[in-house]
Design a protein around this ligand. Structure first.
Ligand code: ADP
Ligand code: MG
Length: 625
């Protein structure tokens, strides 16, 4: 093997430029990042060694992370006895970025917060360039027959790969510190950083001769004896999150299965929440040995915001990594913990937060970050978890002042006037679009609250959400409304008879609508389009149009409803009854156009424009005559 020079991928170089040229106040996090990579490598070696006896040996009897600072040489060296990297892996891991993280990181990392965020995006290694003018990585893979490899770079466009020096498996990273970063060439400074950021990593971290971290597996300690500060630090060290978690769920169970779990909920929505390729799930340990960094099958997919550690004495260590999550014991632990998490969310949802509770640790704040996943959970897991999920759901409603308002089904139910017999929902593109819709007229008048569903997942949610506490849940846009509306007929004026007019309009409009009928929904508007009793709703159609699959040829069946008390309808019905069918027909076509306009779903604006223009010509002519 000879020395070869490689160019960084463009996006890596962009990231490196940012690391090199930005002025960061919290550069010390590079220690946390490199130490966490070393710990990951040790975890991998230990786990792989459980099922394979041919991995090459370590240099030390007690695998550890060793850090030494050289004040004179202005270097900092971080060494581990981990799994190491082959030449291919070096090029793959330290030259390209496979993760989708870079782009997201560059978009989100503004001004000074680069160091805070970098680890979350799977780019931690590159943080070394905040403090080093040159980084050298000497590594030897634990795979038998591997050759030692050396990777080095000044972060300026290229990196070199050449034969390395290591005799034993693991990785040594040497940072040649920049003039403005020589503080990191001192043991005491490094010791403080390790204590601050990596105290609970379960591998000894030596700085000089001394172990700098406690190495305590915090999750096996009795829950009552854990300090928030320690738990939060542990959370940060495994998630690379810069912020504190907003919720901690710590469980220790002895029977029938023994396990400890320390789970956390982050205080923000991670960038990769909807990336199907993103790693998810807590860390899974068996007897303190990490066997999966992301146990993706432990929890249902919709609990993918839960982070932390699950550790059991009862998981067999000789099962392959792929199989372990599927074993009955792990399944049982996963189910028990899912229940436990939902129970905790239930307590949180009900709690009356104290005056001084920070906004971001309240349930509504959690709901804004992750509520969409609980809705997903309800329609995917209604049979198993529905009962626990139902009280967790929150909705914006007509009665709120703005889109921030949230109501539970229980609250909605309790506020219902005695005459109301249905929980009403309205799925629309946005709160604004909903509020402008004629559909709400009669509900406003009657004082019935309506849940406004503006999230695409709501369309799926409402399919499984059909009843709460014995009350039917229905969409206000679907089918005929059975609202007893007679009381106010006087103030509304007389109705005109539409028995002949409605079928005539239907014939005129042809297949554009499936039916034309008298409305019980309207007070001010003349017309409205509603969804047929069965089939695709218009909102679902809109949601599907925005997905990759599209509507697959399905279209919503619409019903045109006419307000029999509206002067426009009265006039048209009269025109038609008088035999002036041509004039009535032009105007009746415009009724359909108006209804489309009102719901913002005009499909053929040009044709509608022409009809409008013809009509205006006639109207202006009539005015002149
Ligand atoms: P992440 O740790 O999120 O994957 P990093 O940028 O921190 O991202 O590291 C990139 C990759 O480089 C790691 O996933 C790992 O494969 C490899 N790597 C980094 N440091 C080490 C190390 N000390 N030992 C073995 N592999 C390492
Ligand atoms: Mg890392």
């Amino acid at each position: 093997m000879t020395t070869t020079s490689h160019g960084f991928k463009a996006e890596v170089q962009q990231l490196l430029n940012l690391m090199i040229h930005s002025v960061y106040s919290d550069r010390e996090v590079f220690v946390r990042e490199l130490v966490s990579n070393a710990a990951d490598a040790l975890d991998k070696a230990r786990f792989t060694g459980l099922t394979r006896s041919d991995l090459t040996a370590t240099a030390h009897d007690d695998p550890a992370i060793r850090i030494s600072a050289d004040t004179e040489a202005k270097t900092l060296t971080i060494e581990d006895d981990g799994i190491g990297m082959t030449q291919e892996e070096v090029v793959q891991n330290l030259g390209t970025i496979a993760h989708s993280g870079t782009k997201a990181f560059m978009e989100q990392a503004s001004e000074g917060d680069g160091p805070k965020l970098i680890g979350q995006f799977g780019l931690g290694f590159y943080s070394a360039f905040m403090v080093a003018e040159k980084v050298v990585v000497d590594t030897l893979s634990a795979e038998p027959g591997s050759e030692p490899v050396r990777w080095s770079s000044a972060g300026e466009g290229t990196y070199e790969v050449e034969p390395g020096q290591r005799q034993h498996r693991g990785t040594t990273i040497i940072l040649h510190l920049r003039e403005d970063a020589t503080e990191f060439g001192q043991d005491d400074r490094i010791r403080g950083i390790v204590k601050r950021h990596s105290d609970f990593l379960p591998w000894p971290i030596f700085v000089g001769e001394e172990q700098a971290n406690s190495g305590k597996a915090l999750w096996v300690e009795p829950p009552s004896q854990i300090e928030d500060e320690d738990a939060n630090q542990f959370y940060k060290s495994i998630t690379m999150d810069w912020q504190e978690p907003v919720r901690r769920i710590h469980v220790s169970v002895d029977s029938p299965i023994q396990y400890h779990a320390m789970l956390f909920i982050p205080g923000y929505r991670p960038y990769s929440l909807f990336d199907p390729t993103a790693a998810k799930g807590p860390r899974l340990y068996a007897r303190r040995v990490m066997i999966e960094e992301h146990a993706s099958d432990l929890f249902p997919d919709w609990l993918r915001f839960v982070r932390g550690v699950v550790d059991s004495e009862d998981i067999a260590l000789n099962v392959s990594r792929e199989m372990v999550q599927k074993t009955p014991i792990v399944r049982k632990i996963g189910d028990a913990l899912t229940k436990r998490v939902l129970k905790d969310l239930g307590k949180w949802a009900e709690a009356e937060p104290a005056e001084d509770t920070p906004e971001n640790t309240t349930y509504p704040a959690f709901w804004r970050n992750f509520g969409v996943l609980l809705k997903e959970g309800y329609y995917h897991g209604a049979t198993n978890w529905g009962e626990q999920l139902l009280p967790l759901l929150r909705f914006n409603a007509l009665s709120h002042d703005d889109a921030d308002g949230l109501t539970s089904l229980q609250q909605y139910r309790e506020a219902m006037p005695p005459t109301q017999e249905t929980i009403w929902t309205f799925a629309a593109e946005s709160r604004e679009a909903a509020l402008a819709s004629p559909h709400l007229e009669v509900f406003r008048k009657k004082g019935f609250d309506v849940l406004l569903l503006t999230d695409p997942v709501d369309e799926w949610l409402t399919m499984s959400l059909t009843e709460f506490d014995g009350m039917p849940i229905k969409s206000i846009t679907r089918g005929e409304l059975e609202l007893d509306d007679e009381e106010s007929s006087e103030e509304q004026g007389e109705k005109t008879d539409l028995t002949e007019f409605s079928p005539w309009v239907k014939e005129l409009l042809g297949d554009a609508v499936s039916e034309v009928r008298e409305s019980t929904r309207l007070t001010d508007s003349a017309v409205v389009l509603v969804d047929a009793e069965d089939g695709l709703s218009r909102n679902m159609e809109r949601v599907l149009e925005q997905t990759q699959q599209g509507t697959q040829g399905l279209t919503a069946q619409r019903v045109l409803e006419l307000n029999a008390r509206h002067p426009l309808i009265k006039n048209l019905a009269a025109l038609k009854a008088n035999g002036q069918e041509d004039a009535a027909a032009d105007l009746a076509r415009m009724l359909y156009d108006e209804a489309l306009l009102l719901e913002g779903s005009v499909k053929e604006p040009a044709a509608m424009g022409r009809r409008l223009q013809d009509l205006l010509v006639k109207a202006s002519q009539a005015a002149l005559d």
